[in-house]
Design a protein around this ligand. Structure first.
Ligand SMILES: Nc1nc2c(ncn2[C@@H]2O[C@H](COP(=O)(O)OP(=O)(O)OP(=O)(O)O)[C@@H](O)[C@H]2O)c(=O)[nH]1
Ligand SMILES: [Zn+2]
Length: 190
């Protein structure tokens, strides 16, 4: 299925009516169109294969850890269509050929999977699986720390509650390797 901007505009207009608003009042007149444009961006990952970014590789002859931490993350929870936001940390041990990908590609990978209706657990695993399947890494750890607005501004009302998820693959299961990765992730808080 592809993105249907007309369908979104129509649905938002209906939504405004259904919540008791007047979609023709001045402040709301452009809202269906603005939301259609905003959602096209926020859900652009649905029509994308984010792992394609990992096709950019370099022969760095590096067989030890590469970790990018504090990648800013904005996604949308699929249960309430409210944002969750925080940071992602992606650390990996390259394959035996020593090839690495561009550092920005890790952030693009995170962003691509984040731009879909998501749950944090699936987002975390999709990033880790792409690193194994498309980059052929020997091991990877992905840690995401995020605040879900559905838990802050409504419902249970717990602003500041931080959800931490991790996905570990391959040699990153090794206790020493994983602890090196975690100390790099936590380093900034020391
Ligand atoms: N595991 C997981 N749960 C999530 C995520 N985002 C939102 N949720 C939860 O999805 C659940 C949906 O629960 P429901 O009982 O169906 O919905 P609800 O009545 O709106 O629940 P409350 O949020 O507790 O008011 C809530 O517990 C949310 O906190 C996520 O990324 N992962
Ligand atoms: Zn939610």
């Amino acid at each position: 299925m592809s993105y249907d901007a007309d369908g979104v505009r129509h649905a938002i207009r209906e939504l405004l009516v259904a919540v008791g608003e007047d979609p023709d009042r001045e402040g709301l007149r452009g809202t269906p169109d603005r939301i259609a444009r905003a959602l096209a961006e926020m859900f652009s990952g649905l029509e994308d294969d984010p792992a394609r970014h990992l096709e950019t590789v370099f022969d760095a002859d590096h067989q030890e850890m590469v970790l990018v931490r504090d990648i800013p993350l904005y996604s949308v929870c699929e249960h309430h269509l409210l944002p969750f936001h925080g940071v992602a940390h992606v650390g990996y041990i390259p394959g035996e050929d020593g090839r690495v990908t561009g550092l920005s590609k890790l952030a693009r990978l995170v962003e691509g999977y984040a731009r879909r209706p998501q749950v944090q657990e699936r987002l975390t695993s999709q990033i880790a699986d792409a690193m194994v399947e498309r980059l052929g890494v020997r091991g990877v750890i992905v840690v995401i720390e995020a605040e879900h607005l559905c838990m802050s501004m409504r419902g249970v009302h717990k602003p500041g509650a931080n959800t931490v998820t991790s996905a570990v693959r391959g040699v990153m299961h090794n206790a020493a390797t994983r602890s090196e990765a975690m100390s790099l992730v936590l380093g900034r808080r020391a």
